[in-house]
Design a protein around this ligand. Structure first.
Ligand code: PLP
Length: 409
């Protein structure tokens, strides 16, 4: 059963027509970055060709129109995640940048010696290293909640780790290795009961399932444009409105101030206060168009389509059951379209290189998740990750390639 008209969708992604190693490309590396539809590429081209100027700097028409486009994109993001107001939506350079911003803007002012920052062993380095850095600057301690043997988050352990000392919990919305979807809302409730705040790293969840920040009851959400059909170099940090007052800017410079004197600086109101320097104007516009595209298709449908692809893959993996080890929950209602595995005892890079000879693009190695790989006791894994343009036929070709790799190695 198909929830999307994938045939039509694929026409918007010309790169899917190209060959790699004399075979039609199969792009299964969407967790690293997604492909871009013509609509996004064209919008960027048009803007550069006919509409380009800097924003907020000019009284002239072009600059005012560019400013409108930039702010329209912000409004699209606001609606997309059901944020209360535009002030809560800060454009950044990506999820990593957004998380660093929270670490510096919130963490640095609010953490003291003896405080705790709670992460999970599933986090991407981008949601670990900013916290290790801030902990070293403040004397706070970083703790890691564990996963269960079937690759789900160990909620019982995590909840028991949340105490009055826990000032910040930073957790992924979806693991970039195991695909595990995290029940963020239940964690948010517990964190708030204890007086802390919660940041969700939505780099993998926001592109693939509906996200409603109000419903999730969270405080911060970070995500990247390039993993959701948008350009690189643009990301979002959403901050709950009442926390905005407490936040100090992370970057200082032009565009973020109302008045500067030798004695005194008056900052603009959020979100502009946090966007010093010329922002990624074109990136924001491209992200706005990507969001339009995703909304037209429907995030609920994207999620269901990927769940079907995942179910099908796990079923077909049974054919090489003795040769394959799959990581993460087997229950597809608990995981997104990210599947990491190892074949026989083969090095993941070797399997990735062999798959490339079939035109299949996968990610190999530790996927910026060294702690998790240590936990599952693997030097690396092969990861396939799906998106709205992937098909069951592509999975068939991938499974045939796996059979051949098993036979020749
Ligand atoms: C879960 C997770 N968090 C954060 C990031 C970092 O995203 P970016 O490189 O776009 O800043 C990634 C990228 O793969 C990710 O998978």
């Amino acid at each position: 059963m198909s929830y999307l008209n994938v045939g039509e969708i694929r026409k918007d992604f010309p790169i899917l027509e190209r060959d790699v190693k004399s075979r039609k490309i199969i792009y299964f590396d969407n967790a690293a970055s997604s492909l871009k539809p013509i609509q996004v590429v064209e919008a960027i081209r048009e803007f550069y060709m006919y509409e380009y100027s800097n924003i907020y700097r000019g009284v002239y028409t072009l600059s005012q129109k560019a400013t409108e486009r930039y702010e329209d994109a912000r409004e699209k993001v606001r609606k997309f995640i059901n944020a209360e107001s535009f002030e809560e939506v800060i454009f950044t350079y990506g999820a990593t940048d957004s998380i660093n911003m929270v670490a510096y803007s919130y963490g640095l002012s609010n953490l003291r010696e003896g405080d705790e920052i709670l992460l999970t062993v599933m986090e991407h380095h981008s949601n670990i290293l900013p916290w290790i850095n801030i902990a070293s600057m403040t004397g706070a301690k970083v703790k890691f909640a564990d996963i269960t043997s079937d690759g789900d988050l160990d909620y019982r352990e995590l909840e028991s780790e949340i105490t009055e000392k826990t000032k910040i919990v930073a957790v992924t919305g979806m693991s970039n290795v195991l695909g595990t979807i995290v029940d963020v809302k239940s964690i948010a409730r517990k964190v708030h009961e204890m007086g802390g705040v919660i940041l969700v790293d939505g780099a993998q969840s926001v592109p693939h399932m509906p996200t409603n920040v109000k419903d999730l009851e969270i405080d911060f959400l970070a995500f990247s444009g390039h993993k959701m059909l948008g350009p690189t170099g643009i990301g979002v940090l959403w901050v709950r409105k009442d926390l905005l007052k407490e936040l100090k800017p992370f970057r200082y410079g032009g565009g973020a101030v109302r008045e500067v004197d030798t004695e005194r600086v008056e900052y603009l109101e959020p979100p502009h206060k946090f966007e010093a320097g010329t922002p990624n104007i074109v990136g924001a516009i491209g992200l706005g168009v990507a969001i339009e595209y995703l909304e037209k298709v429907g995030l609920e449908n994207v999620r269901k389509h990927e769940e079907e692809l995942t179910k099908y893959t796990l079923k077909r993996f049974e054919e090489v059951e003795d040769m394959i080890e799959v990581y993460g929950p087997l229950d597809t209602s608990k995981r997104g379209g990210i599947i990491s595995f190892n074949l026989k005892n083969l090095d993941s890079n070797l399997v990735g290189t062999l798959l490339d000879s079939y035109g299949i693009a996968v990610r190999t190695g530790k996927h910026c998740a060294h702690i998790l790989h240590k936990k599952i006791n693997q030097e690396g894994t092969v990861r396939v990750s799906y998106y709205l343009y992937n098909t069951f036929e592509e999975i068939d070709k991938f499974i045939s390639a796996l059979h051949e790799i098993v036979d020749i190695t």
